[in-house]
Design a protein around this ligand. Sequence first.
Ligand code: AMP
Ligand code: MG
Length: 339
Amino acid sequence: MKSHRILLFFALIFILSGCAGSPAGEPVVAELPAMDTLMKLTLYGENAQAAAEPAKERIRELEGLLSTTDENSEIYAANHSGGAPVALSGDTAALLDRALQLCRRTDGALDVTIYPVVRAWGFTTGGGRVPDRAELDGLLERVDYARVALSGSTLTLPEGMELDLGAVAKGYTGDVLMDLLEEAGVTSAIVELGGNVHALGSKPDGSPWRVAVQAPEGGYAAALEIVDKAVVTSGGYQRFFEQDGEIYWHIIDPAAGRPARSGLASVTIVAEEGTLCDGLSTALFVMGADRAAEFWRETGDFDFVLLDEEGGVTITEGLEDSFSLCGEWAGRPLEVLRR
Ligand code: AMP
Ligand code: MG
């Protein structure tokens, strides 16, 4: 009997202990389900209380714009535009513009027009099915970020093509929240959006935040110390289904139309910009370790942690002083990439 199973792993990166009891007093904690995950904001300082509700409101607003399935969203409208131009809000236009840059920069390893394929695999419905080659080939004719025309805030999407900003939406949301919190006078905050963590400043006592990278089998593989950074993980274990003993996960190789099996179990990107981290975590997972290393050497405005399916760990040199393996991962081989 076929078994279809989708497992959602929420809160993929956990903030390690030591966040509470700061000199600035107890934090204000706000939680809400949004964008298919559980979001948690931990805000410190005298302006924290006043900033919490506007921050939650902003998350709901972005979810309302960017959802592929909500019939009132801008993305839904664009995906049903039949090739006619659509006027986008500033948020959607800004995110799409940045996402298209990342699609180009990653040579299509990130492709925001992947939605027809994602849907065919059942990842939008929570079902899970394995499409055959002919079906995938047909769908891939409708996948090509280069055919998306964005001029200012006017989008023209060729008929039959559909956008999915799921690979970058949470990263962008984190960036927006960091700006909002800063403007509201919050000086210290940690925001967890599913597998994305964004840190504003340092902990109230001035020490760095400690963020854990999840082990694919559960528990922690490593810890990272960060200040004013985003840490974003894409992993095959985050969302998948199993059929006839095979695992099929939600990160698709746009060249094949199938789940990306590049030998990696997860990719964690560390940089200031959340949208960049989010887009590249998905893209480098598709690329695999060798192409990811080459890509980092060519560009390098970010750092990464790669966990491979054999249990190997690779980090880039910028993380050397802030990264440590933990628990059962402590003795594993660690490769540090240098320029
Ligand atoms: P993330 O969890 O950030 O790696 O994003 C994965 C989500 O982005 C999936 O659930 C899909 O909706 C979508 N997606 C999957 N593969 C790709 C890809 N190669 N390029 C763009 N979006 C993708
Ligand atoms: Mg991503």
